[in-house]
Design a protein around this ligand. Sequence first.
Ligand code: AKG
Ligand code: FE2
Length: 219
Amino acid sequence: MHLLSKSPLVIYIENFITDEERLHLQHIAEGHFKHSAVLKGGNSAIHSVRTSQSTTVDRDAVVRCIEARALDFQGFDVPESHLEPIQLVKYAVTERYHFHTDWFTNPSHATVSLGGNRISSFFGYVKADNVTGGGTNFPILDAPRDERWCRFIDCDEEYESGVTFRPIEGNVVYWENLLADGRGDQRTLHAGLPVVSGEKIGMNIWTRQMPLPADVRGD
Ligand SMILES: O=C(O)CCC(=O)C(=O)O
Ligand SMILES: [Fe+2]
């Protein structure tokens, strides 16, 4: 693990998902991907901000193991009821996810009965062999200086473009979305850059401030 930023907290984790888990996730998601609905202004609509396809995965033994790892990483005290179902996102050539925050900007999506807002995100790379493009760009983060980071981030990017994580299978980026007072942290703005060649599949694990309703959890 490598600490990229203390504020906002951003931690890069190598080999968070095993090869077997990656293949399993692809297998159970096959045939379920749909063009992603992005919440905009109160109604769920298929919106051009996101051209990829997504799906959630059912909670089998392998998925529970990944979830347990995500909870343990966050210090053991987050109950599993605060986890959204794991979401996979698939991008074909040219597909992308424009700049957004994972925390809900519309308070009506973050009410107590809905589990509050998203305190943290794990974004991982489930499939990325022979992918060019398709990095995850955080324009407001300061790029680290040490060239050992170039294994994971695109060091050809201008310093002004922030940090772009390259899609590397098995690795994840973890960050905290909310400030200490619970408001969303604008510095967590990010985008999935267009895929230039190959197919990219990513994984989102989002943790809420409060328990999710059982029907959303899929329990
Ligand atoms: O595809 C990426 O690199 C980022 C995707 C993302 O930010 C999301 O699904 O919320
Ligand atoms: Fe995101």
